[in-house]
Ligand binder design. Structure first.
Ligand code: AVJ
Ligand code: FE
Length: 425
């Protein structure tokens, strides 16, 4: 096997080990609906195998469908998440057997792959990048479901580096000028990250770190959730309709704020980036702080134009660059990764928390959907806000400075936080 094929085989094995670890629980945990926002975990497990069968075995391998009768069950556009528990889904044991059967054949297709093949699905092993990033994305979704289950003992925690001293200058200035946004060169980049294109941005200031729980708590205790001045009309309507008064999973007991993290209550850690806030909460906080959310162009420019803010170095020396890949089940305190800073000195852009931006999910000039419309194109418009940077639960193979995530502005079960920006006077 060539270097690329070895890497692909290793990454496929690593992501599968992760998927099986997150579903190493009783069938009851895997089949029940922990939240109407999420699929049962056993749906995600079989869905990643079905997606792999569709793209690698059928599309590239030309192999006959293994179980065509189940395709519709795992088509994300056929049945909304809330309805999936009532479907005749594969049992956990059947799902494990099915995805293992698929994987065995996928490795044969990999064996026969000619990475130099000009076909865009085969070139550089693109289709394998597509399916392993897809599985990593569902693994992060499964972690959000496990968090929503409020059950202890289902998710491994781990050690993280300590935080740093409060930054002398909490803001970084990014001078006006043209930069290249998106990519034409990252082999496994998604269609929505392409093509690379030049953008001019006026100068702006951006936070050196994501907003911390401690800072966010000042907004909460200043009555931020009870003052319509800070909220867009749709945001205020959402606050009044839902009664939210703090980030998801936070509760107050006297003067102490607690958060529930994978089934355990712990005091809210002041120096950790706040997570489990919606776009509306991020936007309201920024307005209360006399600032705004950065656009995704500003966020990407602040990364300094390389595959990762610290350079093109892959995951090898990641341990001291960024908090990615579920090293621990939480964001790291701000200042924990000075060596992950961008050339402008902006830190923790990648990892820790997905960062809400002020941008709607729209196509770049010259966008062409590939290999199918339902990954990105059907979500373009003014319905979904863009998130950047990946979270602690995101695998390094499924994020980079050009990677674009998106979600509805009311969503906050995802591991999302934010940082603020402001324009030059
Ligand atoms: C890019 C995270 C918004 O979860 O809907 C998974 C990724 N697409 N299966 C999602 C995805 C198809 C997508 N996000
Ligand atoms: Fe999917």
């Amino acid at each position: 096997m060539t270097g690329l094929k070895d890497r692909i085989a290793a990454e496929l094995a690593a992501v599968r080990e992760r998927s099986l670890a997150y579903t190493d629980a009783d069938d009851d945990v895997l089949t029940r609906q922990h939240s109407s926002l999420m699929s049962p975990l056993v749906w995600d497990l079989a869905h990643v195998g079905n997606y792999e069968e569709l793209w690698v075995l059928r599309e590239v391998g030309g192999i006959e469908p293994l179980r065509p009768e189940i395709d519709h069950l795992y088509d994300a556009f056929k049945y909304p998440r809330a309805d999936r528990p009532s479907l005749p889904l594969l049992t956990p044991a059947e799902a494990r057997k099915y995805i293992s059967g698929v994987r065995g054949r996928v490795l044969d297709v990999l064996d026969r792959l000619d990475p130099a093949d000009p076909d865009p699905l085969r070139a550089g092993g693109f289709v394998f990048g597509l399916v392993l990033q897809h599985e990593h994305q569902h693994d992060e979704t499964m972690l959000a479901t496990l968090q929503l289950s409020r059950r202890p003992g289902l998710v491994r925690d781990g050690e993280l580096p300590p935080g740093g001293a409060p930054a002398a200058d909490p803001e970084v200035h990014i001078p006006a000028g043209i930069f290249s946004m998106g990519t034409d060169t990252v082999a496994w980049a998604y269609d929505n990250e392409r093509p690379a294109h030049r953008r001019h941005l006026p100068g702006f200031w951006i936070d050196r770190h994501p907003v911390t729980c401690g800072a966010y708590l000042r907004f909460v205790e200043d009555g931020g959730y009870r003052d319509p001045r800070w909220w867009l009309p749709q945001g205020w309507e959402w606050v009044e309709r839902t009664g939210v008064d703090a980030p998801l999973f936070w509760t107050r007991d006297g003067d102490i704020w607690w958060r529930l993290r994978f089934g355990r209550e712990e005091p809210v850690p002041p120096d950790e980036p706040v997570q489990h806030v919606s776009w509306y909460e991020a936007d309201a906080y920024a307005r209360w702080a006399g600032r705004r959310l950065p656009t995704e162009a500003e966020w990407e420019k602040a990364c300094g134009g390389r595959e990762y803010p610290w350079g093109d170095a892959g995951p090898a020396d990641l341990a001291y660059r960024a908090n990615l890949g579920h090293r621990a089940a939480r964001p790291a305190p701000v200042g924990a990764y000075p060596k992950g800073a961008s050339p402008y000195g902006v830190e923790q852009l990648v990892g820790d928390v997905w960062e809400w931006t002020d941008s709607w999910f729209q196509p770049y000039p010259g966008f062409r959907s590939f290999p199918y419309k339902e990954y990105s194109e059907v979500f373009f418009g003014e319905t979904y806000r863009v998130l950047r940077g990946g979270s602690w639960a995101t695998h390094p193979s499924a994020v980079r400075t050009t990677f674009r995530n998106w979600d509805l502005p009311i969503r906050r079960q995802i591991f999302a936080g934010f940082r603020c920006a402001r324009s030059e006077d």
